[in-house]
Design a protein around this ligand. Sequence first.
Ligand code: ZN
Length: 73
Amino acid sequence: MERKQFQLGDIVQMKKPHPCGTNEMEIIRMGMDIRIKCVGCKHSVLVPRAKFESKLKKVLRSAPSQEANTMVE
Ligand SMILES: [Zn+2]
C-alpha cells in the first residue's frame, strides 16, 4: 500500500465529505493528533493520526515546501 505523504498546510481530501458539503480540509496542526480545518465552513476537528491516515483519500494541494525556508517578498 502506498504511504500517503502529507505535511502542515496541505489541503487534503477525505473519504467522507464534511457535513457542510465541502471535501477539502487544511492540515493546521501536526502531532500525535492532527487538526484539520474545513475549507468550506472553517470548522476544525482534531483526529488521531492513525484515524486521519485511514480516512485520508488524497492530498489535493501540497503546502509550499518548508525546507526551502527562504524569505521571499
Ligand atoms: Zn465544513
